[in-house]
Ligand binder design. Structure first.
Ligand code: PLP
Ligand code: TYF
Length: 396
């Protein structure tokens, strides 16, 4: 059995981190993986998390199994955050939310659920998208197609192409959309464009699946999540995966959730019962700690305010790095234009650097980016930005 098994290809993004870790150059920079580092280049432990954990330590409890769909307080807090506590979907109990093993786990639950109830549908993801989107839906048994998204000439969204493809895909198709802070391009839709997308998705009977891994990294918690509310108000079904890996800097705790919007409370109850079956056959029930931390922060006004402040701090620092990158590059390479980096949102920028330039950055400067030219702006800081900008100017 095992002797004929071939070596699987390395994860293209996590492979970069392996190469970075092995690099002995003290000036090395990892702009590959999508992780937020603070201005000292360190992974932050948020103060709101530290305080919530201190509270939890005082009342340590035995570790029974959580319910299949996770901690009730967590699911409630996530639902209020994602849809708005005063939203009609929440008040009418039309949405169900289940704790998941990170955003990835939420996508996997959604994919398995959909394969059970829409087995013949095809899935459409943006071109390009997060690498794992295709792999996750293919491994759930779906055919995965691309809709046009990034326009390399404008460094923005090819909206006409996207909308045209949405208008022509078969009814019942599953459309994966990035709610905010598009990974890998950093190019998001405008409000007016979202309105048009919702119109087409609804009128054509497409199934929207919103992936929100970066809520709070664009313009703010509420405005980044707005599109989820707009889809929910347009009626069901709507699938939403969200993650706290980045917004709470809780990568290793694996905290996320899958929400599904139905058309009535009664339908939602049936949906939840079936989703629980999917969870049961995947991992039975989720772990306790991360969900408890997030639920404590979201439900404690003082900690919630602290979280919002700390998240704003991350968002603002990334914006400052975008600004500094563009300004410094303008001085070093005046013939090249990088203004689009300021407009892009979230952790990433599709920098326009070619594969050859990325290779030179790695080999000559120990600066690690993704071959597609994606850089993680959240890995820039006041200590490495001049070195990175000098190197980029050299390879241009
Ligand atoms: N969706 C997108 C677009 C992402 O960039 C990521 C990456 O981290 C995820 C989902 C997965 O999140 P998690 O790390 O919580 O599994
Ligand atoms: O795109 C990124 O860099 C992040 C981190 O299998 C990541 O989403 C990358 C690959 C992966 C899991 C997380």
């Amino acid at each position: 059995l095992l002797n004929a098994i071939e070596m699987a290809p390395r994860d293209p993004i996590l492979g970069i981190t392996e190469a970075y870790n092995a690099d002995k150059n003290p000036k090395k920079s990892n702009l590959g993986v999508g992780v937020y580092y603070d201005d000292n280049g360190k992974l932050p432990l948020l103060e709101c998390v530290r305080k919530a954990e201190a509270q939890l330590m005082e009342k340590t409890a035995p570790r029974g199994y959580l319910p299949i769909d996770g901690l009730a307080a967590y699911d409630k807090a996530v639902q209020d955050l994602v849809f708005g506590a005063d939203s009609a979907v929440v008040k009418e109990k039309r949405a169900i939310t289940a704790q998941a093993i990170g955003g990835t786990g939420a996508l996997k639950l959604g994919a398995d659920f959909l394969k059970r109830f829409a087995p013949d549908a095809q899935v459409w993801i943006s071109d390009p998208s997060w690498e794992n989107h295709r792999a996750l839906f293919e491994s759930a048994g779906f055919v995965v197609n691309n809709y046009p998204y990034y326009d390399a000439t404008t460094k923005g969204v090819n909206f006409a192409g996207m909308l045209d493809t949405l208008k022509n895909m078969p009814a019942g198709s599953i459309v994966l959309l990035h709610a905010c802070c598009h990974n890998p391009t950093g190019a998001d839709l405008t409000d007016a464009q979202w309105t048009q997308v919702i119109e087409v998705v609804t009128s054509r009977g497409l199934i929207p699946f919103l992936d929100m891994a970066y809520q709070g990294f664009g313009d703010g918690i509420e405005s980044d999540g707005k599109v989820v509310g707009l889809f929910a108000n347009a009626g069901g079904p709507v699938f939403v995966s969200n993650s706290f890996s980045k917004s709470f800097s809780l990568y290793g705790e694996r905290v996320g959730a899958l929400s599904i919007v139905a058309t009535s409370a009664e339908e939602a109850a049936r949906v939840l019962s079936q989703l629980k079956r999917v969870i049961r056959t995947n991992y039975s029930n989720p772990p306790i700690h991360g969900g408890q931390v997030v639920a404590t922060v979201l439900a404690t006004p003082e900690l919630r305010a602290l979280w919002e402040e700390e998240l704003a701090g991350m968002r603002v620092r990334i914006r400052e790095m975008r600004q500094a990158f563009v300004e410094k590059l303008k001085a070093k390479a005046p013939n090249h234009h990088f203004d689009f980096v300021i407009t892009q949102r979230g952790m990433f920028s599709y920098s326009g650097l070619t594969k050859e330039q990325v290779t030179r950055l790695r080999e000559e400067y120990s600066i690690y980016a993704v071959d597609t030219g994606r850089i993680c702006v959240a890995a820039l800081n006041s200590g490495n930005i001049d070195y990175v900008v000098d190197a980029v100017a050299q390879v241009l």
